[in-house]
Design a protein around this ligand. Structure first.
Ligand SMILES: [Zn+2]
Ligand SMILES: [Zn+2]
Length: 414
């Protein structure tokens, strides 16, 4: 998800505290299956599936999210988009993540990613009153309306204030960052200096030089260490660029894709499409049986995907083709992910490209606040849990996800 460099602002107030609370509760949601605060239903559901996958494999995954910067809790804003009632903003923070996978107390895998955490936060547009818009009770999950929850959930009776319901986090991912914070540069330089100094002293020792040479080498090392460190960083950057060269093509296709999609449906948002695609892929992969999922209309998934225990966006989503057929549009995408597998007795990391095909109707605009877990039946009005039923349990009508949102019609390894 790109962001406009000229539009970067610091996030403040309730937005910032909710973004931080979300970040703080992410680890325990994945590892312990605890509640995630201020997240929408789709994230909550996806994290629940991920936790169940881990439990079924008898694994524990520690998610230790740490701050890479002095400005620990500061999020910055990137791009945003809106429809008539809701506005979404991508916010980011320099957060590293340490992962540890354990089985029976033994560590099977660990890594440490210096990354940037992106969270999309969605709020009600000031001045609009989406009173009758459907929303799920954050306490019990029952379907209600925005006004309904403020008067008290009809199921669990909990009353909510607007602040409890919005803004909420509607998407998140970590992206490995090629840049470094001041602190990381400082500590990297210190290591470089120490190594250079030791090398110089050994040289002085071998050449049997006097005390003066040691002082000179200590001073010269300050500059030399800097040059060597800069050279090392440059090499690292080149290696990184080579390994991600395959993704480069996607940057150019983004603009073309966006222009074409905007012609088909003017409210199209690339950011929304990206976060939707990532969410659908993750939910399908983590599900026990994807055929039960309302939004999934494809074939049985490759059984290898059921060995996936963690799935993180690799920073690129390319559009391969767009196909229009009447009121439907079908988009084939190539999605890059960093994947953690647990197969047999091994846990391993792999960069993986998925081919994901999405479909939706073009004659009805997307509802940016749509949740796929709880929906209201369009024919009888009853609400039901769409993660368990594709048909309305009250009137039997088959619910078509493409009316409200994107459906995933194919997911395979590229
Ligand atoms: Zn409730
Ligand atoms: Zn119905």
């Amino acid at each position: 998800m790109g962001y406009n460099l000229f539009n970067v602002k610091e996030v403040s107030g309730v937005f910032n505290s909710k973004l931080n609370d979300f970040r703080a509760s992410l680890g325990s949601a994945v590892c312990k299956g605890k509640n995630i605060t201020f997240a929408d239903n789709d994230i909550t559901y996806m994290l629940k599936l991920q936790h169940e996958r881990l439990s079924k494999k008898g694994l524990e995954l520690d998610y230790d999210i740490y701050s890479r910067d002095d400005n620990k809790n500061k999020f910055m804003t990137g791009s945003n988009w809106r429809d008539t009632h809701y506005e979404s903003t991508v916010c980011f923070n320099q957060s590293g993540i340490k992962r540890k996978v354990r089985k029976d107390g033994k560590i099977k895998y660990k890594d440490d990613h210096k990354s940037v955490l992106y969270e999309t936060i969605t709020d009600v547009v000031t001045g609009t009153h989406p009173d009758n818009d459907p929303i799920c009770c954050p306490n019990c999950g029952a379907l209600s309306t925005v006004a309904g929850l403020q008067n008290g959930c009809s199921h669990c009776r909990t009353k909510f204030q607007m602040d409890d319901l919005f803004p909420k986090v509607t998407s998140y991912y970590f992206l490995d960052s090629p840049g470094m914070t001041k602190e990381e540069f400082r500590s990297g330089y210190l290591i470089s200096y120490t190594i250079t100094l030791i090398a110089m002293f050994i040289l002085c020792l071998v050449l049997r030089k006097g005390i003066g040479s040691y002082i000179v080498s200590a001073i010269a090392s300050i500059v030399l260490a800097y040059i060597l460190y800069a050279y090392f960083l440059l090499m690292k950057l080149i290696v990184g660029a080579i390994s991600s060269a395959g993704k480069m093509g996607t940057a150019g296709s983004r603009r073309k894709f966006e222009t074409r999609m905007k012609k088909i449906s003017p409210e199209f948002s690339y950011e929304y499409f990206t976060s939707k695609t990532l969410s659908l892929i993750k939910t399908a992969v983590f599900s026990e049986n994807e055929k039960d999922l309302l939004f999934y209309e494809g074939e049985k998934l490759d059984p290898k995907m059921k060995d996936i225990i963690d799935l993180n966006y690799g920073g690129a989503l390319g559009c391969e083709s767009i196909h229009e057929d009447g009121d439907f549009v079908t988009v084939v995408t190539k999605a890059y992910f960093d994947v953690l597998y647990a197969g047999g007795d091994k846990v391993f990391f792999k960069k993986q490209v998925f081919s994901a095909t999405l479909k939706r109707r073009t004659d009805i605009p997307v509802n940016f606040n749509f949740s796929m877990t709880k929906i209201a039946c369009p024919s009888c009005g009853a609400s039901f849990d769409a993660t368990k039923n594709k048909n309305c349990p009250y009137c039997g009508n088959k619910y078509e996800i493409t009316t409200d949102d994107w459906a995933l019609v194919e997911l395979k390894y590229n």
